[in-house]
Design a protein around this ligand. Structure first.
Ligand code: 9D3
Length: 253
């Protein structure tokens, strides 16, 4: 998988490219990340990339020509390619969209700044528009990094390979069970005894129950997206009865 990122702040991507799982995947050749400085294609002696909005108003708009030229400078790899604009107006990015993007050979990410990009970039070159959530950022750079990270983790060979992504795909929608490591007692709080029991069947059941309980309490919306077993449904039924009994009482126990 090849990523090409267009930005006026190319240096922002250094930590993504050089550290952690993504850094290792770049070094290992499972993914390629190329960053293009839009300013290298700017207009005039000052290489301008933005200008005042026609019709007036606050802020600046990214000019179309530098983005066009930057896009044209990107080599095409054989196979399917998409140009994605990061914008607050885009479709809300999630794990399912990430999975659909893994079929591509090349993803071009265009990071806007200021009040946005000239509409003609969108209509001529952009195949898809993505937002990462309902909050205001200063530009598309952090969203682009998030998309590279999430999609790359789904590319074969990028993760250690302990678990297949196929196996994980339905579990994406359940919250994690609580994790513990040493010491056995920390500030008076003990690790649940089941985890020390060595009984792997009981441990598996406890963890599954905790995942379901957390998801029911914190993100009940996720339960609709998850593929649940008969056992899961019977655990959930029990948990809901428990919730009913303790509602109006304290949350402890
Ligand atoms: C405060 C400016 N806003 C007033 C009309 C509009 C606005 C323009 C540009 C708000 C944010 C931005 C910059 N954000 C992005 O380019 C962006 C983004 C985001 O802000 N939130 C979530 N996902 C994304 S993807 C790109």
């Amino acid at each position: 998988m090849r990523f090409d990122i267009l930005s006026i702040f190319p240096e922002m991507f250094a930590p993504l490219i050089n550290y952690g799982i993504i850094g290792r995947a770049v070094k290992g050749g499972q993914i390629e990340i190329h960053v293009v400085n839009i300013r290298d294609f700017g207009e005039g002696r000052h290489l301008m990339t933005d200008d005042k909005p026609f019709g007036g108003g606050d802020g600046m708009v990214m000019k179309p020509e530098p983005i066009f030229r930057a896009l044209e400078s990107i080599p095409r790899v054989k196979g399917e390619r998409k140009v994605i604009l990061l914008t607050p107006q885009g479709q809300l990015f999630n794990q399912a969209i990430a999975r659909s993007l893994t079929k591509l050979k090349q993803i071009v990410l265009v990071c806007g700044r200021y009040e946005g990009v000239d509409e003609r970039v969108r209509s001529t070159y952009v195949d898809m528009e993505l937002s990462i959530g309902d909050y205001i950022l200063s530009g598309g750079e952090l969203p682009a990094m998030i998309i590279v990270e999430v999609v790359s983790r789904l590319v074969p060979g990028v993760l250690g390979g302990a678990r297949s992504n196929l196996e994980e795909s339905f579990e994406d929608y359940l919250l994690e069970y609580p994790q513990y490591t040493r010491p056995r007692v920390f500030q008076g709080e003990e690790v649940p005894s089941v985890l020390l029991s060595g009984d792997h069947g009981r441990i598996r059941l406890w963890r599954r129950t905790q995942s379901l309980k957390r998801t029911l309490e914190r993100r009940p919306d996720l339960l609709e997206k998850t593929r649940l077993s008969e056992m899961d449904n019977s655990i959930l039924k029990e948990l809901k009865q428990e919730q009913g009994r303790s509602s109006g009482l304290s949350n402890q126990g």
